[in-house]
Design a protein around this ligand. Sequence first.
Ligand code: CA
Length: 579
Amino acid sequence: MMHKAYKITEKKLGCSYSPESTVFRVWAPSRQVVKLMVYNNFLEVRRKLYPMIKDEDGVFEVEIAGDLKGKFYTFQLDLKLEVTDPYAVASSLNSLKSAVVDLKETNPEGWEDHVVQNDSTECDVIVYEVHMKDFTGHETSGAKFKGKYLGMAENDTWFEDVKTGLSHLKELGVTHVHLLPIYDYLTVDESAEAFNDEYNYNWGYDPEHYNVPEGSYATEPSNPISRIKELKTLILEMHKAGFKVIMDVVYNHTYRGKDSNFNMLAPNYYFRRREDGTFSDGSGCGNELATENDMVRKFIIESLVFWATEYKIDGFRFDLMALIDIDTVKEAVDVLRLINKDIMIFGEPWTAGLTTLPDNKTTTKGRQSELNFALLNDTYLNSIKGDGNGGGRGFVHGNSDCKNDAETSIAGSIFYDYGHIGFAAKPSESINYINSHDNLILFDKMRKVFPYISDVDNDKLNRLAFGVLFTSQGIPLIHAGNEFLREKHMIDNSYNASFKINAIDWSLKKKNAGFYSYFKDLIALRKERFEFRMNTTQEIKEKLKFFHIPSSSNCIGLTIETDHKFLLVVYNAHENPSL
Ligand code: CA
């Protein structure tokens, strides 16, 4: 392939600002002529053009004297195409132009030296997954800046007499908050006028600028500084509240393929291709990044380092991680751990379609073994509650066929014994979950299995399922609203299904107060008893013993022994939830 001949460059790409001058560098090895275009205003057509000099490493460069802060820029390729900068750290409204900013001016007060008081590592971690707009966008959130970074950063917000937002998370007791995409994605109109259109909604798995925060969550989306400073304010407030922040990263594909920045700058380099030249589509979104290519890998590693340092992000959740080649993952883990030894890294060990990445390079289950990152465990999910969207039954629905897998899952998905063989070398490699933003939320899934289920019985089944989750070995993850029986009107893929379907209605916390209280107690119990979060395989094998319950095939019983005392746990699942 032609690209193998390309040299890797160690130069800092993108825009390097100082008040005296700004240097612009872009890698476009097969392009002949690249010019920098500088705009005073991102909506203006008028701009200044500056020729860029090409070096033998394929990098075009120009240094412009003077203070360019507040200007916008793009690159013109071979006198015809115009692209924004994939290395940009700031952007205009709706990703139209890259922006020159002084990042030093984006730090909120108290940012530089702050530390997060949170020593939860390995199986002490409890992950809460949430979408920015869902969290405080609803009228019941009590937040001033509804659906914004600053809305989530607010403390002491209420719906009637129940806490909401960040204060709610403190009360709940989770340790890590996983934010669904907060980098710049393309399918939402960022303009202030469009914010309240309920159909102007998306989860954001459609990346445009990997190193720029999404603009629609900013209070002034057309001011490039606003989104940066406000996201940092949110992270600062979350850290002050004791939470670590996990960012969702989608380095497996970009929203645009052929006409993306990457593909125009270096045609046929950034994306995997089939033998016939068409784009491989293991993401199910039309393309996949060729993470195994040197300059793609370099981009991803530098992007992760940027978020971990400039934004003090505490962890990363890799979307469709199977599509990121294992060598890139290993390098990312090593580099990130040098920055922060406790950084949390996990991902989805599957693809969404056929990929040209060879099987032995995919980051699939088992390949994480002893490599210091974790995987979302679909066997856990399937064994406890059946399939994602259908009427399939799991252990909690009384399906005794799932019992063995459920036991393996409860024991941390390790090699527990020859009857219970999991994929993990240690329990902290397994992210245990019953639902995420994907597929039916648990309350709806129960209705799919039992179409005539009463809310009372649904509450019971949810109690059983989350009771299993918080007493399982491994790292539990919940989706926002699970703690008070949030529903999504039976929609199994709500990524663009309007804000109304996705928003968190805080009145549910009041309505389902009994369930919420139970859920909160489960988290407290897990934090109190280390027996439910043992970190070594050996300890689990020594202390955790399953026992046979002869009277029922739909119960799982176990004991955990410490200091000659036994914790006894029995999960009683029956085909009829009313019993
Ligand atoms: Ca955007």
